[in-house]
Design a protein. Structure first.
Length: 351
């Protein structure tokens, strides 16, 4: 098939592109604006493949989107392009509304026009796959899980913008018959993760000998999903999923934030011990919490497991080992990003 991936130079998008080129016969067009969080160096391993191509463009640009779709003639559009950092959404919500809501509307409009022009089997098989987050569901208490039936209750500008985009996708399916799919995933981690997010931020700060900032008391809980497990799930959904359906994707790996940071420190202690012999965990410090910080996310992924046969292959322990090892082996990748973007700067204090 021909797969158009929006945001293919980002963290999850680039993992999906690498997976599709490396493990399938699909052709891939990466459509990406190359904002601060997108880098083509994440795709160097597949850049020379005849089945991969790149088109720089903004999902809010109607003409650019329509041209890319018409020129490439995709069988599937996987829509990953989004602003995704909660702290940045607190400081500047406008960019999140523009990209996540207006951009998704632009993609849906172009996809609908394109789909209406298809005929026969190509029309029947076309899919518009929208990739979203579990944060749209709000915050859980100490028990329970998010399911595909959980009401939406977003608490940050980021999650509200993603909730809005989810509703648009669903509406285009119901109103216009566009064959849409939605996936809501838990927190991803792994290689090529932009170093403003928790796990890579802890790695690079630990190696720099800097304090490891943990929000509040560190008791906030997330379900951690290794990114390569996630992209296998995305492939399963757009190849086998039922149009109009939503699938939750989780890693079955709930951890408190402080436990995640301590796990990172433990792996670093083994793989690259500090010169003074002390643990990196001594660098942990507690800082002012994020405004409106959701207490707990946890995914019930039974629907995708039972319906499509997908399950995560990595445990949190194996995934975090692979992740830390990758960052140790690929300093040039993240050092250049830190120099260019100041990604390690604290944001989202709400002041």
């Amino acid at each position: 098939m021909r797969i158009l991936v929006t945001g293919g130079a980002g963290f999850i998008g680039s993992a999906l592109v690498r997976h599709l080129i490396g493990n399938t016969e699909h052709e891939v067009l990466n459509f990406d604006k190359l904002t601060y969080a997108g880098t083509l160096t994440s795709l160097s391993s597949v850049a020379s493949s005849p089945r991969y191509s790149f088109k720089q463009g903004d999902i809010c640009d109607e003409r650019a989107v329509a041209t890319a779709i018409q020129d490439f003639q995709p069988d599937v559009i996987t829509h990953l392009a989004a602003e995704s950092h909660v702290d940045r959404s607190i400081d500047g919500p406008g960019a999140f509304i523009q990209t996540n809501v207006v951009g998704t509307y632009t993609m849906l409009t172009a996809a609908l026009d394109y789909w209406r022009g298809l005929e026969g089997r190509r029309r029947e098989q076309f899919r518009f796959h929208h990739i979203s987050t579990d944060e749209v569901f709000g915050s859980l208490g100490e028990t329970g899980y998010f399911t595909e039936k959980t009401p939406y209750d977003p608490r940050s500008p980021y999650s509200a913008s993603k909730a809005g985009s989810d509703h648009l996708v669903s509406a285009w399916g119901h109103t216009y018959g566009l064959p849409v799919l939605i996936t809501n995933c838990s927190n991803n981690y792994g290689p090529y993760h932009f170093p403003e997010k928790l796990i890579p931020l802890m790695i690079v700060k630990a190696l720099a000998g800097e304090p490891l900032p943990v929000y509040g008391n560190g008791a906030n809980v997330r379900d951690w999903l290794y990114v390569e497990d996630h992209v296998r799930a995305l492939q399963s959904v757009f190849e086998q999923g039922v149009p109009g359906q939503t699938y939750n994707v989780g890693g079955n790996s709930e951890r408190r934030n402080i436990d995640v940071v301590e796990a990172v420190c433990g792996v670093l202690d083994r793989l690259q011990p500090r010169e003074d012999g002390h643990s990196y965990s001594q660098q942990i410090t507690y800082v002012a919490d994020r405004p409106g910080h959701d207490q707990r996310y946890a995914i019930d992924a039974a629907k995708i497991a039972d319906g499509l046969g997908w399950r995560p292959l990595e445990s949190f322990e194996s995934g975090i080992e692979k992740t830390v090892s990758w960052y140790l082996d690929n300093r040039n990748w993240w050092a250049e990003i830190l120099d260019r973007t100041q990604a390690a700067t604290r944001r989202g204090l709400g002041g």
